[in-house]
Ligand binder design. Sequence first.
Ligand SMILES: [Zn+2]
Length: 172
Amino acid sequence: MVKLELKVDFDPVKRHVNISGIMMAFHCHHYNTNLFQTLADIEYVDGLEILRKATENVVHAQFTQIYKDQGGISFADKMSLGEQLYKAFGFGILSLGDLKEDGGSFSSPSSHLVKGWLSKFGKRKETLCSYTCGFVAGIMAAATGNPTGTYKVKETQCMVTGASGCQFEVSK
Ligand SMILES: [Zn+2]
């Protein structure tokens, strides 16, 4: 397994953090769950889809650079780096080991967002993890040298509904 080594730049004056050339902002579960609730409650646009697309775009740009910095590593190692970064940023745990270049399925047995949502709002009828869908769509496209929009990631089961883990399907 490739060990994650990130280019992290911190500007102590402006208090900016850049990771592999992309500025990052870190929020607590209060901010994130309220953001998701606001997006989910908008009736005239699909707010969670907007967040998914924005996530995919940023993650694609970031991982294109991260994979370039790593040199010629395998697709499996690229997925491993995706798991490690997702975990290092506190988003939760991803199990991407079964994904192939044309798609497949993956799971998330632990989610910062879902745990925060359950503690603040309780269970929800619909799946929630659009950020995770965008994250994996972004790293899959970056890992295979494709543009954003190449992969469709659908959450088929979510812990926010009471399921034991979040489950996802990936297709081209
Ligand atoms: Zn979920």
